[in-house]
Design a protein around this ligand. Structure first.
Ligand SMILES: Nc1ncnc2c1ncn2[C@@H]1O[C@H](COP(=O)(O)OP(=O)(O)OP(=O)(O)O)[C@@H](O)[C@H]1O
Ligand SMILES: [Mg+2]
Length: 392
């Protein structure tokens, strides 16, 4: 029997989060890619062993699932440094962008290369079988795009070749999916709230409630409506409003007011969330507050998010609680809480641990796909074959 490794992958607009195997591996890669015309002749051989592969993902991808087959890409941190890098446009469809697949394949190839003892290997070619759980925004599932997305993934072998990537240069990974499940993002978040890793219900109080889940990400916000243990497709809403833009504004104002050049939005997140000396930077060796800048810009965004919440609550008046998830919710937590205390006083909740908030979706896919995998493995071989025949 072939060894199928579990992959649970959330391709967020801001970053991909992946959980693999028996939760023995995880990866977080910024969702940025850059198309390369030719092989990148930059890093020297001596650097290859010392650099982290994650910082040098450089691949050629061969897959019939792609619109642009056989192209070469820099992915993640490496692409960030490139001047032709692309991030997903919030208005686009995740299921129809090559970028989504490039990110997905890159993360899986990286996992396969790191854990090649799980797979058959001939020379430099790893034959990697995966059982994949992933998701798409509700809107796309509603439009039925999950079906085509799934069959494109299932339909062929996808080959990822590492080019100038530290440690893995020259390795090819043939990825074959034994099964692919595409879950709607809002539903997945609900599952994570009510189910544990062994598919037991952990939150009996919550499971039959009417709830809202407001997922504030880097570039977008989605609000799911849950009723009778299901997502209500018609009620769900998505907005092209995330936290990245505000982080960028803060970065710019710190530059113009204090002459301090922060490298990235991540640096801004660090400044506004750190436990000690929050909202302070060093300017020429003097501790300087940027509290006013941060407060003004974040409050502005929190107000917009709060308006969306209010609007959704009005349309779903019997809602009992709203959970805020996603990286944006961690950053905006205190602002939204304060607004809520001064205004409508809705029953809202946040996650203490920002990691839990950010990894909500990936954790949910993991629970769902691991459960699926357990169930199919328990079945007798014959039944499983019959099932496979049906899906063909
Ligand atoms: N540890 C952290 N603490 C606080 N904020 C963070 C942390 N890590 C990332 N962020 C911020 O949260 C945002 C990313 O959130 P998240 O990972 O939920 O987005 P995403 O799911 O990739 O994007 P989208 O939901 O738009 O598809 C980024 O703007 C980032 O700066
Ligand atoms: Mg997200």
């Amino acid at each position: 029997m072939t060894n199928s490794r579990i992959a649970a992958i959330d391709v967020g607009n801001d970053s991909l989060k992946g959980i693999f195997g028996k939760m023995d591996a995880e990866v977080n890669i910024p969702n940025v890619i850059a198309r390369d015309i030719e092989d990148r002749p930059i890093i020297g051989i001596e650097e290859l062993d010392t650099q982290d592969p994650l910082d040098g993902i450089h691949i050629r991808v061969h897959s019939p699932a792609l619109k642009d087959n056989n192209a070469i890409y820099r992915v993640g941190n490496l692409a960030t440094k490139s001047n032709n890098s692309t991030e997903l446009d919030p208005g686009s469809s995740k299921s129809e962008e090559d970028q989504t697949l490039i990110m997905l394949f890159a993360s899986i190839a990286l996992d396969a290369a790191r854990n090649d003892s799980n797979f058959k290997k001939n020379n430099n070619v790893i034959e990697a079988n995966y059982t994949l759980g992933t998701g798409l925004p509700l809107r796309e599932v509603k439009e039925g795009k999950d079906v085509g997305y799934r069959s494109r993934l299932l339909g062929s072998v996808h080959q990822i070749e590492f080019l100038v990537t530290p440690r893995y240069q020259g390795i090819k990974v043939n990825v074959k999916f034994d099964e692919v499940k595409v879950y709607p993002e809002g539903f997945a978040a609900f599952i994570n709230l009510v189910m544990d890793n062994n598919s037991n219900i952990i939150n009996k109080d919550l499971v039959d409630k009417r709830i809202l889940i407001q997922d504030i990400g880097g570039l977008s916000t989605d609000i799911a409506v849950i009723k009778d243990r299901k997502v209500d497709d018609d009620k769900a809403q998505g907005f092209n409003l995330g936290v990245s833009e505000s982080l960028e504004l803060i970065r710019e104002e710190i530059r113009s007011r204090h002459g301090i050049e922060l490298d990235s939005r991540r640096d801004v997140v660090e400044i506004i969330t750190k436990k000690n000396d929050r909202n302070h930077i060093m300017v020429k060796g003097s501790r300087t507050s940027v509290h006013d800048i941060v407060d003004r810009i974040m409050l502005e965004l929190a107000k917009k998010q709060y308006r969306h919440l209010r609007n959704m609550w009005q349309k779903n008046s019997q809602t009992e609680i709203c959970y805020f998830i996603g990286g944006g919710s961690s950053v905006l937590k205190e602002y939204i809480k304060t607004l809520n205390n001064n205004l409508d006083g809705y029953n809202i909740d946040f996650f203490e641990d920002e990691k839990e908030s950010i990894w909500m979706m990936a954790n949910a896919y993991y629970k769902l796909i691991a459960d699926f995998s357990r169930k199919t493995q328990k079945q007798e071989p014959q039944k499983e074959e019959q099932k496979l025949a049906k899906t063909k």
